[in-house]
Design a protein around this ligand. Structure first.
Ligand code: PLP
Length: 366
């Protein structure tokens, strides 16, 4: 079986983990956490980094730190993972959805302006699968209408937009370190911002909103979202190799492109736009006619792991049951969700595996 993802852990991960055990520093109080936050923030051109237990938690804290709540509207793509929207819905925010661009699969930026109302408070940018969102027009809109911008850069560590680092845009950005992300800590996430107040607010939300002056008295409800010293040690070891990982991802993308681009029965991930080269968080394919469920079953039979594309937020039973997004239609997102899937693209993949996967895909789509 060729797994859909296998991480590379052959740097200093073991050394740093052993150090945690030998020194007894295993909790979030350990020294790797601060070091990881500082080095990570520098890496994405931000002033502050707040390490948390996963990427979803990072979004939950960021949304809450921005005081997005009842009566507010936040504009976001329908084609994303549920992590982007969870806390908005829990806080009583109305998510206002936008369809996708058929080539990059990112939010269709040309459709954002028409969704802005007097209640709009923020735009949630989610970079999807490997190409960054065209963010300049979004930042212009945000400035013009005085909106906050949250950047979900979970899939975009190491990527740039017009030469500027992903994760450096808007008021606050988040990353995930799940094993299929560009660097992994097993589970883990990071909030980054240049705004000291927002950073302090996120630190407080991460740590149960303990008050510095009177520890067990609380003015606000937080969570325990702390990252352990183990995770941060892994993160440091992985971060040391980020350039190499990005290069490998781009090599994987280039190999697949070479082997698959001749087949006219499907669309493959776009290699580049005018503002970025694909970083191939995953290598996505959208079939012309065969539904992803069928394709994926055929690939499983050939010993190849796959995942379906995201399922749009407006078609989620959990939200429809709450009366959200009823009757809304976003044809591009609906189409890529039904016909799109991704093939093995983890950092440990070999050339022989890429060739085997490509041959199988081409055979299925003969
Ligand atoms: C992975 C991912 C997340 C969630 O991160 P977890 O660490 O798995 O909670 C959020 N947003 C996007 C776009 C992601 O790809």
């Amino acid at each position: 079986m060729i797994p859909v993802n296998e991480p590379l852990l052959d740097g200093k991960e073991k050394e740093y983990l052993v150090k945690c055990i030998e020194t007894g520093w295993i909790s979030s109080e350990g020294p790797f956490v601060k070091e990881f936050e500082e080095k990570f923030a520098i890496r994405v051109d931000r002033k502050f980094g707040i390490a948390v237990c996963n990427g979803t938690a990072a979004i939950d804290a960021a949304v809450t730190a921005l005081d997005l709540g009842k009566g507010d509207e936040v504009i976001m793509p329908t084609f994303t993972i549920i992590s982007s929207i969870n806390q908005l819905v829990r806080n009583g925010v109305k998510p206002v959805l936008v369809d996708s661009d058929p080539l990059t699969w990112n939010i269709d930026v040309s459709k954002i302006a028409e969704k802005i109302s007097a209640k709009t408070k923020a735009i949630m940018v989610v970079h999807i699968y490997g190409l960054p969102v065209d963010i300049d027009p979004i930042l212009d809109l945000a400035k013009k209408h005085n909106l906050k911008v949250i950047e979900d850069a979970a899939e975009m560590l190491g990527q740039t937009y017009k030469g500027k680092k992903c994760g450096s845009f808007g008021d606050i950005s988040i990353f995930s370190f799940y094993p299929n992300k560009h660097i992994t800590t097993g589970e883990g996430g990071m909030i980054v911002t240049n705004d000291q107040k927002l950073a302090e607010r996120c630190r407080s939300l991460r740590n149960l909103c303990f008050k510095p002056e009177k520890r067990f008295v609380h003015d606000e409800l937080g969570w325990n979202l702390r990252m352990t010293n183990f995770q941060a040690g892994m993160g440091l070891a992985q971060l040391e190799r980020l350039d190499e990982f990005v290069e490998k991802k781009r090599w994987i993308g280039a190999e697949y492109t070479k082997l698959l681009k001749g087949n006219k029965n499907f669309q493959i991930a776009l290699p580049k736009t005018e503002y970025a080269e694909n970083i191939y968080w995953v290598f996505g394919i959208v079939a012309n006619e065969m539904e992803a469920e069928t394709t994926m079953k055929k690939l499983t039979e050939k010993g190849i792991g796959t995942r379906p594309f995201f399922w749009p937020m407006h078609e989620q039973p959990v939200f429809n049951k709450k009366g959200l997004f009823l009757g809304e239609k976003y044809p591009v997102a609906e189409n890529i969700a039904r016909y799109g899937f991704y093939i093995p693209s983890g950092l440990a993949i070999t050339k022989a595996q890429i060739e085997e996967v490509s041959a199988a895909v081409n055979q299925i789509f003969e």
